[in-house]
Design a protein around this ligand. Structure first.
Ligand code: SAM
Length: 190
């Protein structure tokens, strides 16, 4: 298949947006796969700030980072991404080149603990103040579970009304696949 699948497409966008030495955010640590990918991209002189409300996710991510010898360039917060603004140091405000939200529940964890539209949107609003010009916020939306479908609807309504003189908003989605596969919304600050 020539069309890029969803997760590889997300990674391609991150690779485009991030250079060594950059400051980036993983807004939903989960099992730390995106954290490792991004921490590798920023290199030894960059910094990643990561957020998750579940201790299990923070611990899983810590272990994965240690396995890849990437711990030095990462700061993990066991708190919600709706606290981004107060946790990212002022010296890095306006300097974030990429942020990723992998929404939904922790794979292998408690499926009742899911991301929620109000806190996700609050985090995006805060991030819009923190992003560098041409910085990209990626939302990977899982809408196969009920709360995910609700979150999708809130997020689509929210991003569609964002001012096009401030941000470009892209939706990347296969629209003829069964079982509601995930799709991407990418927001690029102008
Ligand atoms: N990116 C992860 C990976 O590579 O394994 C997968 C993330 S998982 C789909 C979603 C995560 O979001 C869960 O670990 C959940 O605890 C977390 N989460 C839910 N609400 C949150 C919030 N308000 N702030 C930060 N993380 C949250």
């Amino acid at each position: 298949m020539k069309l890029e699948r969803i997760l590889p497409f997300a990674r391609q966008l991150l690779e485009k947006a991030v250079s060594p030495g950059d400051i980036v955010i993983d807004a939903t640590l989960g099992n730390g796969h995106d954290t490792v990918f991004l921490a590798d991209l920023v290199g030894p002189n960059g910094r990643l700030y990561g957020f998750d409300i579940q201790e299990e996710a923070v611990l899983n991510t810590k272990t994965r980072l240690a396995d890849h010898e990437l711990t030095d360039r990462v700061t993990l917060f066991h708190t919600g991404h709706e606290q981004i603004l107060e946790n990212v140091p002022p010296v890095h405000h306006g300097k974030i080149t990429a942020a990723i939200f992998n929404l939904g529940y922790l794979p292998g964890g408690d499926k009742d603990i899911v991301t929620r539209p109000q806190t996700t949107i609050s985090a995006i609003e805060q991030l819009l103040e923190l992003m560098a010009p041409e910085g990209i916020i990626l939302l990977v939306i899982y809408h196969g579970h009920i709360e995910g479908a609700v979150e999708r609807d809130y997020l689509l309504r929210y991003v569609k009304q964002l001012d096009q003189s401030l941000v470009h908003v892209l939706q990347y989605q296969f629209i003829n696949q069964k079982n509601n596969p995930p799709f991407i919304i990418a927001i690029e600050r102008r």
